[in-house]
Design a protein. Structure first.
Length: 351
């Protein structure tokens, strides 16, 4: 490694065209990429790859030798917290890892690395890359709830044509509360405003935001949801957000509210949500994330007539690998120029 050389190792499956995009960022960048050491993708942006893939002992040695040469990693080794822990202890050159996930703080915390070790390198996330697909999914949940799609599907399944025509609700003019006005939350708010909704929400640092009627911190969530027709959670899972949506918050909601979760499942007390669904406080819930994943077979959420279960796939799109690679290339340019990397994992709050 020459003094001016920056070595980037690709630790997760990635299409060759995106590897070449990374190589093209700067002539001083050397990209280590050995596709035979990486599990094949089963679907677009399958960063973990085929779970049946096994490296031979010789391939395993080559994989870790490749990663230990790099100052920069694209993805966590083996896309796992244990892989992160191992590379942190074995690679003395490591300066920066770019995570595939928007919410990589949980994996960093799960690695068990102490604060001193975490000061030796930076971890950036792909936050923002998933904002549009998640916001579109949130809009789907709002529309499903307002237009009674679950009830329509049930009637269709039994070929029922009700004598009484039950009206749907207008999205236009209704009130939305977004818990977490980050990139995902603001994109959700943009789409909601295009549908004619009025939007308020929460943010850790309270300050006016263009197009948002009111901004509060999480302590003001119960007050905001009292007048909301729909509520979208985009918050990450941290000790400060765990079960933020509890019985108190669900009880404060306007009866018949629609609830969507595209943040993290740990932000919601699922027992309290089920109570709210059963007593009508929440008329419909569209859930992409759960406290335990995969969602346990015995969970009543699976068969609840007012719930849509999505298997944590709402952020997935055919464009994801391209968008993450583009984000990484932009960050790599910043890194090479000595700038401050965006979307760093907070190693205190782990988000």
């Amino acid at each position: 490694m020459t003094p001016a050389e920056t070595i980037v190792a690709i630790a997760v499956p990635l299409e060759a065209e995106h590897v070449e995009r990374i190589r093209a960022v700067d002539p001083t960048v050397t990209v280590l990429y050995e596709p035979d050491l990486l599990p094949p993708e089963r679907f677009p942006a399958d960063h973990s790859g085929d779970p049946d893939f096994q490296r031979t002992p010789e391939q395993e040695e080559r994989y870790w030798a490749m990663l230990n040469k790099a100052q920069v990693l694209y993805g966590f080794p083996n896309e796992s917290a244990s892989g992160l822990a191992r590379i942190a202890g074995s690679n003395p050159h490591l300066q920066w890892i770019h995570a595939m996930a928007a919410g990589a703080g949980g994996a960093v915390k799960a690695s068990g690395l102490d604060s001193q070790t975490l000061q030796k390198f930076q971890v950036t996330t792909s936050a923002g890359v998933h904002a549009l697909p998640l916001a579109e999914f949130a809009a789907l949940g709002i529309l499903n709830g307002f237009k009674r799609s679950a009830e329509l599907a049930q009637d269709q399944a039994v070929k029922a044509w009700p004598e009484l025509r039950i009206p749907t609700r207008l999205v236009n003019g209704s009130q939305l509360v977004v818990a977490g006005l980050g990139e995902i939350g603001l994109e959700t708010a943009r789409i909601a405003r295009a549908l004619g909704m009025k939007v308020s929400g929460t943010k850790r640092s309270v300050a006016p935001i263009d197009g948002i009627d009111e901004v509060a911190d999480n302590s003001g969530l119960a007050r905001l949801v009292a007048s909301a027709d729909a509520v979208v959670n985009t918050l990450p899972g941290t000790p400060y957000t765990e079960k933020l949506f509890n019985r108190e918050v669900f009880s404060a909601m306007k009866p018949g509210s629609v609830f969507i979760n595209v943040g993290r499942g740990t932000v919601v007390d699922e027992d309290a949500l089920l109570e709210a669904l059963n007593n009508g406080q929440v008329s419909y819930a569209c859930l992409d994330v759960f406290a335990v994943e995969p969602l346990p077979q015995e969970s009543p959420l699976w068969n609840h007539p007012k719930v849509m279960v999505s298997p944590h796939t709402s952020a997935l799109s055919a464009a994801e690998n391209r968008l993450i690679a583009q984000r990484f290339c932009s960050n790599l340019r910043t890194y090479l120029d000595g700038g401050e990397l965006p979307h760093l994992v907070d190693t205190v709050h782990f988000y």
